[in-house]
Design a protein around this ligand. Structure first.
Ligand code: NAD
Length: 332
């Protein structure tokens, strides 16, 4: 808990220190695909900043990591504006915090208790635009408003259809990831070639997608799971679970493990099941994403500058014990 002698000025100073640290780590992670700290360390410091900014909202600055998505785009790629922003996700670290989120949503917005539970794929977000059913552009999330044009690189990935089963205009979003087996052989190869190995499959996928030569990307054996649609009003379904079915019928790879839950007990069971199965999956997951299943309700709830209000990520605990930020004694 914050100590009694903390005041707004000391909170402002401490928040600025945390932002400087987080912005440096974000640059290493998003721009250079080379993190110097574990995600759990980033998350713990981020939670300290959230805590301070919640106590003293006047200290929030527009450049705070709590107010923006991702980071800079790399020079060397054309820029793609995202008319509909590509957002991040709010996150929670315990089943109790998740229950509180669901409870608040259910009570305050009269949301039916129907949530789609999905795996949180540890890759990087991509957007694919189709005209008359043909792939015309693919991009990264970038800072959420502007991404990098990586169309040629994405065309080398087998799971991304060049042509859909229907001649429609649609923009589809999802995750590009590197299977664990490809990650191991890529790093072995890099070590043989005297190159620095990638820290994890997520960074390897991001580095592979942002190659200037698409022949390099083609060698990296990337794959995708798509889970969202932007800019398309003619969906046949009005649920998130139905959307995944529809994406599959259009020719996309969707993750087979998603499940609709009607109670907190079902959500908890889903979390427990995939926490258990996590290591046996052929791709990395760092948590579970819970989404309001009704698409009209999703639209009604909307989003903050950074995250949708209708979804939340439950992050798995890291292997080693994580700092519990709420117990930290503030020193200012
Ligand atoms: P995030 O990765 O925690 O969650 C949001 C992202 O989850 C979405 O943008 C989407 O790409 C992805 N996702 C995967 N499966 C999904 C699904 N089924 N449905 C919806 N989205 C899904 O948030 P972020 O803003 O991309 O990154 C922040 C996180 O990155 C931090 O919490 C931290 O773990 C990590 N990070 C680490 C460092 C470091 O130095 N180690 C630095 C910056 C960020």
């Amino acid at each position: 808990m914050a100590t009694a002698n903390m005041n707004e000025n000391s909170a402002r100073v401490q928040a600025e220190e945390l932002r400087t640290k987080l912005n440096k780590w974000a640059d290493e992670y998003y721009t250079y695909d080379a993190p110097s700290v574990e995600d759990s360390e980033y998350d713990a410091v981020y939670q300290q900043l959230v805590y301070l900014e919640t106590q003293y909202p006047a200290i929030i600055t527009p450049d705070s990591p709590t107010q923006k998505v991702g980071d800079h785009t790399l020079p060397g790629f054309s820029k793609v504006p995202h008319d509909i922003p590509m957002l991040s996700l709010g996150d929670v670290f315990s089943e109790q915090e998740l229950a509180d989120f669901v409870d608040r949503l259910t009570k305050s917005d009269n949301v039916n208790f129907e949530y789609n539970c999905e795996l949180k794929i540890d890759g990087l977000a991509i957007s694919l635009r189709y005209e008359q059913g043909k792939l015309v552009q693919g991009s990264t999330r970038g800072n959420g408003q502007i991404g990098e044009d990586i169309t040629e690189n994405l065309k080398t990935i087998k799971s991304i259809p060049r042509k859909l089963t229907r001649p429609i205009n649609i923009e589809v979003r999802g995750e590009c990831y590197m299977p664990k087996s490809s990650f191991v052989s890529l790093n072995e190869q890099r070590q043989r070639d005297g190159q620095t190995p990638f820290a994890n499959p997520r960074n390897a996928a991001a580095g592979s997608l942002r190659q200037l030569d698409s022949k390099e990307t083609a060698k990296r054996k990337l794959s995708t799971f798509m889970y969202n649609v932007a800019d398309y009003d003619d969906l046949l379904t009005d649920t998130q679970s139905g959307l995944l079915e529809e994406l599959k019928e259009l020719g996309f790879n969707t993750n087979p493990s998603s499940q609709v839950a009607h109670s907190m007990a079902e959500i908890d069971a889903y979390i427990d099941e995939y926490q258990e199965k996590r290591d046996s999956l052929e791709y990395g997951i760092d948590g579970i994403v819970i989404k309001v299943n009704s698409l009209p309700t999703q639209r009604k709830l909307g989003a903050t500058v950074k995250v949708p209000r209708w979804a939340i990520a439950y992050k798995f605990p890291p292997e080693e014990a994580q700092t519990v930020v709420r117990d930290i004694e503030w020193t200012v």
